[in-house]
Write a protein that binds this ligand. Structure first.
Ligand code: SD4
Length: 340
């Protein structure tokens, strides 16, 4: 028995009807994934090193899911950037980590407010593969991680984070201010301040055309205890639909959540937009909602289509994303942005 979609697409009368009135059904016909062109993209300049970690897997014909885990682990390992246990703490001085992962089959896993575990992305993957759930938070997530054999690290700030926290304590100001992107140096300003983007989001496509994504963060520096952003939320920080494409976000999590950002980008691609056009349309939606306040935040999206195109768009100047594929090797691309 043919499905309605198959029937419309294969009957002459159906094709004529489609031409007369394009329906949502018609728009959602998935394009065929293109095999043989592995690639990985990720947010900010820390993405360059992370992409190499992913490329080691992809270049050997490995699975996109393994690549996006291995890739962001490089960043989680680094004490010099704001992702992972080296990241900035919350306003009580405790580092809490969020991460999520999604494969080409709608399998997904997530952890949030996880303390003292070095690789939250791998715990998120275990949630996906070894529990019937999608998300574990806080103490429960930590208990699960320990039960899975992840070592409990010391409760200790990295020297850079300690310095930044002490600096922040001088004013303890809790007020979003305009973003001045400056990745590579640590934010010592208030929430939303310079280089407060403490996240890496990564999307990969493997040689078999399978898409996967990952996202890991220490969240906003000096956040309220218990605050979660978009990064651990499937559909906000990350979404993958292998028939259409994958998208991920970085920036002010609250405003990504408001529009279910990554899912929105994928749905816009489903309607026929290119990855860049879809990211731009989602950013325009954020800007419309925020009105005059849009200038006080940064939001950025990256995306890959099932056909292997990639793109990105940001609200403000300064967002870069790293691309790695066999043709272009490694490159860092400055994304276009809305507020000029
Ligand atoms: C959050 N989206 O917690 C994250 C912050 C971020 O680079 O992207 N930092 O809201």
């Amino acid at each position: 028995m043919p499905t309605r979609r198959k029937f419309i697409a294969s009957s002459a009368a159906g094709l004529a009807a489609l031409a007369a009135s394009p329906s949502v059904e018609a728009l959602s016909l998935p394009p065929a994934p293109v095999a043989g062109k592995p690639q990985v993209i990720s947010t900010w300049d820390t993405g360059l090193a992370a992409n190499l970690g992913a490329w080691k897997v992809l270049s050997k014909g490995g699975r996109a899911l393994d690549a996006v885990e291995a890739g962001v682990m490089v960043t989680e390992d680094s004490q010099n950037c704001c992702v992972g246990l080296g990241g900035n703490p919350d306003r009580e001085g405790i580092v809490t980590l969020d991460a999520c992962i999604m494969d080409d089959q709608f399998n997904c896993g997530s952890v949030a407010a996880l303390e003292r575990i070095k690789h939250p992305i791998s715990v998120a993957r275990r949630v996906m593969e070894r529990t019937p759930h999608v998300m574990l938070v806080g103490e429960g997530a930590q208990q699960f991680a320990v039960a899975q054999g992840f070592p409990l690290e010391a409760q200790k700030l990295s020297p850079d984070a300690e310095k930044a926290y002490k600096e922040w304590l001088k004013t303890s100001q809790y007020k979003p201010v305009v973003n001045i992107e400056n990745s590579g140096t640590r934010n010592t300003g208030p929430v939303g301040g310079a280089n407060n983007h403490d996240t890496i989001a990564m999307l990969a496509q493997d040689v078999q055309g399978r898409l996967s994504g990952s996202c890991t963060t220490s969240g906003m520096g000096f956040k309220m205890r218990g605050r979660l952003g978009d990064s651990p939320l499937i559909g906000s920080g990350l979404f993958v639909d292998n028939a259409v494409g994958a998208a991920a976000a970085t920036g002010q999590g609250e405003d990504v959540i408001r529009i279910a950002g990554a899912h929105t980008v994928v749905e816009l691609m489903r309607q026929g937009m290119s990855p860049k056009a879809a990211c731009k349309a989602a950013i325009e939606r954020v800007a419309r909602i925020k009105g005059d306040k849009a200038k006080d935040i940064q939001v950025c999206f990256i995306a890959i289509s099932a056909q292997g195109q990639h793109g990105a768009f940001a609200l403000q100047k300064g967002f870069s994303y790293a691309v790695c594929d066999a043709q272009n090797q490694q490159q860092l691309i400055q994304a276009e942005y809305l507020l000029k």
